[in-house]
Design a protein around this ligand. Sequence first.
Ligand SMILES: Cc1ncc(C[n+]2csc(CCOP(=O)(O)OP(=O)(O)O)c2C)c(N)n1
Length: 318
Amino acid sequence: MEHQEQKNLLRMLLLIRRFEERLVELSQDPKNFGGMMIVCTGQEAIAAGTGAALLPEDVIITNHRSHGHLLAKGAAPDLIMAEIFGRRTGYNKGKSGTLHIAVPEVNALCTTTVVGGGIPIAVGTAFAAQYTGQNYVTVCFFGDGASDEGSFHEALNMASLWSLPVIFICENNVYAGAQRLEEHAKVKNIADRASAYAMRSQIVDGNDALAVYDAVKKAREDCLSGTGPVLIECKTYRWGGHGTSDHQLYQPRDEIAAWKERCPIEKLKASLLQAGTLTEDSYQCLESEVGQIVEQAVRFAQTSPWPEPAEALEDVFA
Ligand SMILES: Cc1ncc(C[n+]2csc(CCOP(=O)(O)OP(=O)(O)O)c2C)c(N)n1
């Protein structure tokens, strides 16, 4: 990866972190928007590394922890923020809120909160690519908990059988809700499940954005050369509770502290400083640039119009 691309990667990690920190802050005041926020703090390297390895035509299917995936795929912070504020200028005219955003403009086709529900959808978009002879891959993000669902197993079987161009990215953040991996699955590695479907798999340090980038880039090339799907398990950790209303009493304090020592932002920053690609001054510039983008997004959302009541039944299928 070129030096400038590495700096862009760090910038994306920072954007995801600061965007979500601001969201959590804003969510404390119901005048902004209500409900709990589900964020990916500590896991940003997976979204950022993947986004950097994909091309605009590639499709992503995401889940309840989606802000990072959407930003890294190129969705505009202003329009995501406006959507979360429920404003008409948001990507889905204020109808999706945080949990169901779709951004077809960047091929982020679906955010689904049905755990494991996105995995067969990704197989569908990958099948469409193969059937119509189009050169793109689909990436599906999901958690370790989702890999217990029947949909995961059916989808992986079919993707492997038909050699579909799909990359399954499991963000193993140790917890599914309040359950640790060892409380809901016997396997130690989610990647081991791929062998049941004769599928290639790889385990990656999910806090290392460059390692994620390399793995996804290679998987993308393999998929497009027709060798079939790949399951990439990214080992990471959920710094916060499941969502902001979860006080994470079940997460050992020393475990949280140990993983915070492995912060994905600090990791990439240290490696760029050491390589001379970054200086403390240029890092501060990135921070201030990202801060401005986030504040601009908040201003845009807060000053955007609400949808008209008459629009409530437009663009919905029920
Ligand atoms: C089919 C289904 N079952 C249960 C839930 C409730 N639920 C929402 S998120 C979640 C935990 C998912 O854990 P994991 O897949 O590991 O993802 P993570 O939250 O760790 O990113 C659960 C059980 C749901 N939304 N859908």
